[in-house]
Design a protein around this ligand. Structure first.
Ligand code: SF4
Length: 107
């Protein structure tokens, strides 16, 4: 399963986290939803591989701890999504297709 690129139409905004939107459903700690809009990470798919943090040329991502989540106990959070230059590296390297990038998508 990959992140739903239409999540902004299929999900609802339920929260904000470090300046970006969280799209539900969220039921912590097992279900965490999608973080971000321009740069979106499905926290329920993320396995904390870390390739996106290593490869992003403008350091969009930061680790956030998510203890108790079944896939991984930390996630790549798109904290600085406004800095994204749409190179698509993170989308290409994510081993579980948890990331989608679309500059035209708005919350
Ligand atoms: S598309 Fe490129 S610049 Fe944007 S978050 Fe991904 S790796 Fe970073």
């Amino acid at each position: 399963m990959a992140i739903d690129p239409q999540f902004h139409e299929n999900r609802e905004q339920v929260d904000e986290h470090k300046g970006h939107v969280v799209w539900g459903p969220v039921d912590e700690p097992e279900e965490l939803g999608i973080h971000g809009t321009h740069v979106a990470v499905d926290f329920d798919l993320c396995i904390a591989d870390g390739a996106c943090l290593e490869d992003c040329p403008v350091d969009v991502f930061e680790w956030v701890e998510t203890p108790g989540h079944p896939e991984s106990e930390e996630k790549a959070d798109p904290t600085h999504e406004a800095q994204c230059i749409d190179c698509m590296l993170c989308v290409d390297v994510c081993p579980v297709d948890a990331i989608d990038v679309d500059a035209g998508r708005t919350a």
